[in-house]
Design a protein around this ligand. Sequence first.
Ligand code: HEC
Ligand code: HEC
Length: 148
Amino acid sequence: MKKLVPSVAIAAMLAVSSLPAQAGSPWVVENTTTKEECSACHMAYPAGFLPERSWRAIMGNLTDHFGEDASLGDAARTEITNYLVALAPKELRNVSPIAVPLRISELRWFRGEHGARRIAQARNDSRIGSISNCAACHRGAERGNFDD
Ligand code: HEC
Ligand code: HEC
């Protein structure tokens, strides 16, 4: 049977600090504003994959967002920032406490788990476009399922 939320396994693999238990799932984007505003160009990435400071950095520079302008009004930006930060771990395994990674796909566990060859294949496959397109391979990604 497919489990919908692999959070325990993934959290154990990724997070050093514990994840908040009550504010919602760090693996499924449940906040409507985040879901709407952050899925126009890619799936809305769940908070658990990046440390708190990374979300703050991303949300603080939306006009220059990986080469795109993803800017938002103040209200939406504040709501999304608060939502992501509340669910994000303070620290991630193998990420220096002073590093501020802006991509999930550049984290060490991610590169190890996916491998250089698969990352290159994703880039060269026009149906996928890039390894950042999680949902192209993980059909259950938007439900928090990265097991297949
Ligand atoms: C206007 C289009 C657009 C919008 C809207 C947008 N993004 Fe992005 N985002 C991008 C592009 C382009 C990339 C780079 C994708 C790639 O390299 O394939 C990206 C990448 C990312 C990454 C890194 C993915 C990785 O490789 O690990 C994160 C995290 C991210 N976006 C968060 C957000 C958040 C949070 C929001 C909502 C506030 C958002 N994005 C809204 C265009 C957008
Ligand atoms: C090109 C297809 C592809 C893309 C795109 C992709 N993945 Fe994966 N991912 C895989 C495969 C295949 C595995 C299993 C690797 C293995 O076990 O050999 C995997 C494994 C994982 C795992 C470990 C699952 C577990 O239960 O151990 C996580 C978490 C994950 N991916 C998250 C992501 C995220 C987040 C993104 C987007 C930023 C992403 N993946 C993009 C194919 C992909």
